[in-house]
Design a protein around this ligand. Structure first.
Ligand SMILES: [Zn+2]
Length: 273
């Protein structure tokens, strides 16, 4: 069984436009030739496109992670997220740290049966250890909501890094951390800091969008020292094909028990399934 804990989809009307805008950001940050001509294999980044790519890659269930980049978008995005709830695809909700009603948004998401939320503080421009975000994290802990958050640098956004491993570590002085999932194995392009600050903490780490960037030896070392019971398979589809993520994980020569935890057992436990 394979559960992909980190995917992105958009309503059909805005999917192509949203992906094009994000790709423009990547070219701005990485140079105009960055991966030019390399088509994303999971396009279109719609529910339909995701379900098709899941069939191709033998993914049984995907968690979709929406992001409100402005508080005013929250209600619309969460209404759409609520419509994505089936055996094969389940969406988390979103909240913005600048929203004065953030706590009510979270109460409402809980009531509507959401299992968790996504934060992308690189877009939202709040440090993970800021009072606003800590309030959100504390409220989610109380409500039993999972929090997946972008961690480390972002390939398409300029510094500063709002969710560095150091800042995550500091946030853990205020919350338990066992409902938190730091994407990109704890800090995209900051994996030495992950080894210094995050390994061994209660936070879960997902494997989204690392296959092309993180040396397999370091990935294996992080998984082994953190514990496979706190690692979740995630691809970051459409940015990475889940089949590529799986191939990368298989190249690490982990045990069958570790692979079972990472590919589905941890996810089933967290989702309460
Ligand atoms: Zn992502």
């Amino acid at each position: 069984m394979l559960i992909d804990f980190h995917t992105h989809i958009f309503p059909e009307a805005i999917a192509e436009r949203s992906i094009a805008a994000l790709e423009a950001g990547i070219r701005r940050e990485q140079g105009a030739d960055y991966r030019k001509g390399e088509a994303l294999t999971c396009r279109p980044a719609t529910l339909e496109g995701l379900l098709q790519s899941m069939t191709r890659s033998h993914v049984d269930k995907s968690i979709c992670l929406p992001i409100a980049t402005k508080p005013s978008q929250t209600a619309t995005i969460n209404r759409y997220a609520e419509s994505v709830r089936s055996e094969r695809a389940l969406s988390f909700g979103t909240v913005h740290p600048a929203d004065p009603e953030a706590e009510q948004v979270l109460d409402d998401l809980k009531q509507r049966g959401f299992r968790g939320i996504k934060l992308h503080l690189q877009f939202q421009q709040y440090d993970i250890d800021s009072p606003e975000v800590l309030n959100i994290l504390k409220k989610c802990e109380q409500l039993g909501l999972l929090v997946v958050f972008h961690a480390g640098a972002d390939i398409g956004l300029p510094p500063p890094v709002y969710t560095s491993p150091q800042k995550i570590r500091h946030a853990l002085d205020f919350v338990r951390g066992d409902n938190l999932i730091a994407a990109h194995l704890g800090g995209w392009a900051q994996w030495d800091d992950v080894e210094a600050c995050l390994v061994g903490t209660p936070v879960y780490l997902d494997t989204a969008y690392i296959a092309q960037f993180l040396a397999p030896e370091q990935c294996r070392r992080i998984i082994r020292s953190h514990g496979a019971e706190k690692i979740l398979f995630g691809s970051d589809s459409p940015w990475e094909d889940p089949a590529d993520t799986l191939r990368y994980l298989e190249s690490l020569n982990l045990t069958a028990e570790e692979m079972a935890l990472i590919t589905h057992q941890n996810a089933l436990r967290l989702l309460g399934a």
